[in-house]
Design a protein around this ligand. Structure first.
Ligand code: PLP
Length: 391
């Protein structure tokens, strides 16, 4: 492998959220941090070099996004996702979550209902309720660890107040890469009921063969008109601190409303280093991404084999995409707060508690495996030792 993903990089003095706030979040500052969704791998060198080169310029003033920035996004989407989009459909977003909030503010009214499919990335909840909209919960159906959308439940719950859905695609935390047919069925329901689809596709590039990510808006003319698609190179290339998200909007009414809101907050410019990094990532990052996915797949296989051999009570279904595992701890027979305490204080590992993703996350924990395998091994050995002591 050309890139060294085994390298352990010390992040303790870099103000990394994953490391720096362990004490306040877990109450223990030395838990092995397998929580926040960024990677412990070095951001690709070509990106770091481009940022350093720009940083060496004497002035960091206001900057535009150059033609190359838009070309890089268009070429990436065409090559990686077979999706051709016009340049003028690309709008900036300071982050995917702020962009979800802008979409909610621009396209719905207080009191409107917005659909979420739990268990799901928890900032969706505050984005809705923090802006005086109501959550309509359409839980995913689970069968032996495999999650699917529950269209019957969705159709039964939609009413005249239901105006939008926040979709996680690929899905965080359950790791599903939605099939074309599933997305098409969702589009049909949304078009029929005039529900705007806000598709959070931040994990689009993090997909394991033979699965394919389909940008929902690319599936049909109807889908394109119904959808705002949020994407970013931030998860893909480990540069979440650089503010590099964007949204693709092809419906003229949505474009106008989103743009007006963004401009009213004077937020359309973005971060000069983020622009440089995003362009370079999409231009030169493909080989790094391919190898990172191979390494991460190896980590997933490693966890699978370790648990099967040593702690078969804890299990998960291999994710189709994302570097996040949705571990089922139900066989340990603990309630959620006991499980949380056990993992922090007996096992010494920091995971995301399942219930923050929704009520049906009870008994689960989310584990981030985008780290050197040696760190994962250490965490799993600590977990095994703690579980053995329970017997
Ligand atoms: C589904 C999903 N959306 C959005 C984000 C965060 O996006 P941003 O940092 O650009 O707001 C994450 C990060 O984990 C995520 O998993």
């Amino acid at each position: 492998m050309k890139y060294n993903f085994d390298q352990c990089i010390d992040r303790t003095n870099s103000n990394a959220v994953k490391y720096a706030i362990r004490e306040s979040y877990f109450g223990k500052k030395d838990v092995i941090p397998l929580w926040v969704a960024d990677m412990d791998f070095a951001t690709p060198e070509c990106i770091r070099k481009a940022v350093v080169e720009r940083a060496e310029h004497e002035i960091y003033g206001y900057s535009i996004k150059p033609e190359g920035y838009f070309n890089a996004i268009q070429n990436w989407l065409k090559k990686i996702h077979q999706w051709e989009i016009p340049k003028d459909s690309i709008y900036f977003s300071p982050g995917v979550v702020p962009g979800l909030v802008f979409s909610i503010l621009a396209l719905t009214e207080p009191g409107d209902k917005i659909i979420v499919q739990t268990p799901v990335y928890f900032p969706f909840f505050i984005s809705i309720e923090g802006n005086n909209r109501e959550m309509l919960i359409n839980p995913l159906k689970e069968n032996d660890g495999y999650y699917e959308m529950d269209f019957d439940d969705l159709k039964a719950k939609i009413d005249s107040k239901t105006k939008m859905i926040l979709l996680s695609s690929p899905h965080n935390p359950v790791g599903r890469v939605w099939k074309k047919e599933e997305l098409q069925e969702l589009v049909e329901i949304c078009v029929e009921n005039n529900i705007i689809i806000v598709s959070d596709e931040i994990h689009a590039d993090l997909v394991f063969a033979p699965n394919t990510h389909y940008p929902l808006a690319s599936l049909s003319k109807k889908a394109k008109q119904q959808t705002l698609t949020f994407m970013a190179p931030s998860k893909t290339f480990n540069m979440a601190g650089l503010s590099t998200s964007f949204v693709i909007i092809e419906n003229p009414t949505f474009q106008e409303k989103y743009k007006a809101l963004l401009e009213s907050y004077h937020l359309a410019n973005g971060n000069l280093f983020g622009n440089v990094a995003a362009e370079m990532a999409y231009e030169k990052g493909e080989e790094w991404l391919e190898q990172m996915l191979v390494y991460t797949q190896g980590n997933i296989d490693f966890v699978t084999a370790f648990l099967k051999k040593n702690i078969p009570q804890i299990h998960f279904l291999k994710p189709e995409g994302t570097y996040l595992l949705w571990l089922n701890f139900k066989a340990l027979n603990m309630n959620d707060s006991q499980l949380k305490e056990f993992l922090i204080h007996q096992a010494g590992i920091g995971l995301n508690q399942g219930t923050i993703f929704g009520e049906n996350g009870s008994g689960y924990m989310r584990m981030n495996v985008a780290c050197p395998q040696s760190l994962l091994e250490k965490a799993l050995i600590q977990l095994k030792t703690a579980v053995d002591l329970l017997d």
